[in-house]
Design a binder for this molecule. Sequence first.
Ligand SMILES: [Zn+2]
Length: 336
Amino acid sequence: MKNIKRCTRCILSENFPKIEFDEKGVCNICNNELLCSTDSVIIDKARGEIKNLFDVARGKSEYDAILCYSGGKDSTYTLKLAVEKYNLKVLSFTLDNGFISPTAFRNIEKVVSKLGVDQITYRPSYKFMKSLFRLSSLETIYNPRTLIRISANCNSCISIVNNTALKLALEKDIPFILAGFTLGQIPCNTIYYKNNYEFLKDTRKPILDKLKSQLGDEVSRYFEISDSLITKSGFYPHNINLLTLEDITENEIIEEILPMGWEIPKDVDGCSTNCIINAFNNHIHNEKYGYSPYELELSHLIRNGQIARERALEKIYDRPVDQIEYTYRELEIKHN
Ligand SMILES: [Zn+2]
């Protein structure tokens, strides 16, 4: 596995879709410098517009923002930014997918206490979550284009996170939904945007139909929002990814959050700082597609000088067998 051909500058591998290498072994994405220069223009513009959005809405609702808080390093730092840098009244929201590391839960408790924010944890039925993960592991539910930056199981989980956060925002008239994604995980045009559930509904329908045909109507509870709630609230919040505006390395993020009592969990793989199922998700993705779902994000961070190439390689090759086996057993998936 380790002798797979990779870009000599980032870590994209020969199995990554549409990858090409030049005579020096540098990939086509690294060579496309144009991408990087437009990034900084877009980020600068977003900074100003996000500041204006916050200034107009701050203090007008019970909460200024709901923050999707996984307990991982990136969302921990995003929560700190929201409270301390942007001066927002934040409701912290955690989805317990049944596989959150106990250390991550302790981190959440310590950080929300330290920052003085309200915290909601929502745990969907474990039975449902296991059947959802089982399905997205074994079958092809999502568009292959989505899967270049995320594993199928992460995508299933994040869909519930996003839907629940939107539901809470609509119920409580919260104008902003914050998340801790980096620009390797999400495209530039999603640094901030006005949520438009109605518009997305049509594009999501084929996926929801697939999920419902296998898992039943229970899917609606976790993946959809009732028409009555949409009509009643009559507004859509903005989704904002504050971390994309920061020029900060991974080590600097960790240095910023350690003083709040945050600890690095030891029961997760190198690509996660909160979730035990991640090792399995990456394993399945690697087996199916021949590359890690973290290659694109980590490569972006390498190009930006936010992580060393060696460190990124360590992360994707950290594949704890005990966590992978544990998940196979929990999801009742047989394997050799
Ligand atoms: Zn490259």
